[in-house]
Design a protein around this ligand. Sequence first.
Ligand SMILES: N[C@@H]1[C@@H](O)[C@H](O)[C@@H](COP(=O)(O)O)O[C@@H]1O
Length: 247
Amino acid sequence: MKVIEVISYDEMSELAARYFLTKITTYPRLTLGLATGSSPKGIYQYLVHDYDKNRTDYSHITTFNLDEYIGLSKDHQNSYYQYMHDNLFHHVNIPPKQIHIPSGINDNNQAECEVYEEKINAIGGIDLQLLGIGANGHIGFNEPGTPFYSKTHVVNLTASTREANMRFFNNICEVPSQAITMGIQTIFNSKEIILLASGQTKQHAMVQLLSGEVSESFPASILNKHPNITVIADEEALLLAKEIGLR
Ligand SMILES: N[C@@H]1[C@@H](O)[C@H](O)[C@@H](COP(=O)(O)O)O[C@@H]1O
């Protein structure tokens, strides 16, 4: 696991965005795994700014998002569908048919998960996966205890994850209690992964991740076994890990 320390959220975003742009402009076909939340927002801003300036072509890009809340429609202001379109998809030329986000409103969640997983496999897997990390080590919405071999599935969100995401809603009751998420195995199968961590709330997660101990009680820990992962973290996120000598 390669760890790059940067000064700030902005530096993290720019570094990761530049790396994405290198891949986007080099490969004739590229499948990106994308994340939501605060961590990747700066990257999307950078990519949109670049697109406005340079008209970088995205017509060969296919995307798969990590997760979506169950019960939120596409046009709900807090759906990840809405987040992705507001922050990226409305602004660059990825063909809509090449954009994939699990649907949180469907007749059969199980079937939705299976079809999603099949689509990822059919295209040959994810080339570059962007990840944030939850304070409890969740990746996507894979909460502690999720089997490492899990594929795309329905999850019950923990109280701590719902509380962490409450900042986007009016109150805790509005935060959905379930989601569809790529599984840990689905994520792990990506050929390359970039994980972002910024700020004080990620300090404990960084300590656990960088300790190298691999356990299903801390989902992100499996990434220690991935052959091509880079963690880009800012000084604040790494503070505790450095204090106890993990870096
Ligand atoms: N489902 C998302 C994750 O994909 C994200 O990585 C995590 C951290 O979010 P943030 O980047 O806002 O700290 O929160 C949410 O629960």
